[in-house]
Design a protein around this ligand. Structure first.
Ligand code: AMP
Ligand code: MN
Ligand code: MN
Length: 321
């Protein structure tokens, strides 16, 4: 693990970004609204300053997002080009940079902007406990001679709104509302963000939710609840992994559940595990499997047969529930 990097303030990060001509921004594997919103907002801001900026992600961004937000279509899954600075956005550890993590191993100019309070794997690290990485980008952008136009405001709102669960998770604070008020003033399309991330549900998503619910299992007197979707389910409904992102909320909504687990078999015998906790650290559970995240929202990848994966999770949760 690289832990030699130094901490920078938003002002220092802004000065660094102002001093370079080109930057590559990396968002985490399976990117969410915060990763995408942070990267696109920063990209648009830096382009206003005449910088060359490209965004990379080691897997394609879901159609739901690319269909609705034009700028996300240029996020590339193939790395190319030479850049003065590499920036990891919303990535709590180097593994989250995915395939592109290797680029970080050389003695390059690297910067992390993140809110998972994790590793300092870059040369410069701005790592906070804010509710979203978008709040970090917002602070940086305000230190630069950049106009926060409606597009930038909308992307910043994307991360703020999604990582706070539409201002409902316990990470929502005064700063979140003040930032939202400012973005509202800046012309953020809040209605669109709400519709795309919290309301619009395709027929496929609705059918997948039904299938996942039909697979509900409970453990420890209902304190742990679990749903899953197999490769066969995904194939039957012709769904990509982005289609299943919201389902875990339905698991943790079960009133007795302190731990909600959603398994998606995105490759044969390889599961994306999403966990949510109520007064229970799911991050600790996910760390046992090489993942991470936040105290009450975390994830990991586990390989194996479905029943073995379920048993492993049940056992690790059992240590502390
Ligand atoms: P998700 O369940 O995919 O919405 O992720 C919830 C939280 O866990 C987010 O903050 C992610 O950054 C983090 N997370 C998800 N998957 C992983 C993983 N494989 N490794 C580390 N952190 C993860
Ligand atoms: Mn994220
Ligand atoms: Mn985030």
């Amino acid at each position: 693990m690289r832990s030699t990097g130094k901490t920078v303030t938003a002002k220092q990060a802004a000065d660094l970004l102002a001093s370079i001509n080109s930057a590559a921004l990396f968002v985490h594997t399976n990117p969410d609204g915060d990763a995408i919103g942070s990267a696109v907002a920063l990209c648009l801001a830096l382009r206003q300053l005449g910088k060359t900026v490209k965004i990379f992600c080691d897997m394609p961004v879901g159609n739901k997002i690319t269909d609705s937000f034009e700028e996300t279509r240029e996020i590339s899954a193939q790395f190319s080009g030479k850049f003065d600075l590499l920036v990891a956005v919303d990535c709590g550890d180097i593994n989250r940079v995915g395939e592109f993590g290797g680029l970080y191993s050389n003695n390059r100019e690297t910067l992390t902007l993140d809110h998972h309070g994790g590793e300092y794997y870059s040369k410069y690290n701005l790592v906070t406990h804010y509710a979203s990485t978008c709040q970090i980008v917002y602070e940086i952008v305000r230190q630069l001679p950049v106009k926060v136009d409606a597009r930038i405001a909308t992307y910043l709102y994307m991360g703020l709104c999604t990582d706070t669960g539409n201002f409902s998770h316990n990470n929502t604070d005064k700063a979140s509302f003040l930032m939202a008020a400012d973005l509202c003033d800046g012309g953020a399309d809040m209605e669109k963000i709400n519709r795309i991330f919290f309301k619009d549900t395709s027929i496929t998503e609705t059918k997948l939710l039904g299938r996942a619910i039909s697979h509900l299992r409970t453990f420890y007197d209902g304190k742990m609840a679990l749903m899953y979707l197999t490769q066969a389910d995904l194939k039957e409904f012709d769904a990509d992994i982005g289609t299943t992102a919201g389902i875990v909320q339905n698991v943790i909504n079960i009133d007795t559940a302190r731990v909600g687990v959603m398994l998606t078999e995105y490759l044969p015998n390889t599961f994306k595990v999403s966990m949510r906790g109520k007064d229970f650290s799911v991050r600790d559970v996910c760390k046992e499997f090489g993942g991470g995240g936040h105290m009450y929202a975390a994830g990991c990848m586990i390989s194996g047969f479905l029943e073995d994966v379920i048993e492993k999770i049940e056992r690790v949760v059992g240590y502390s529930i």
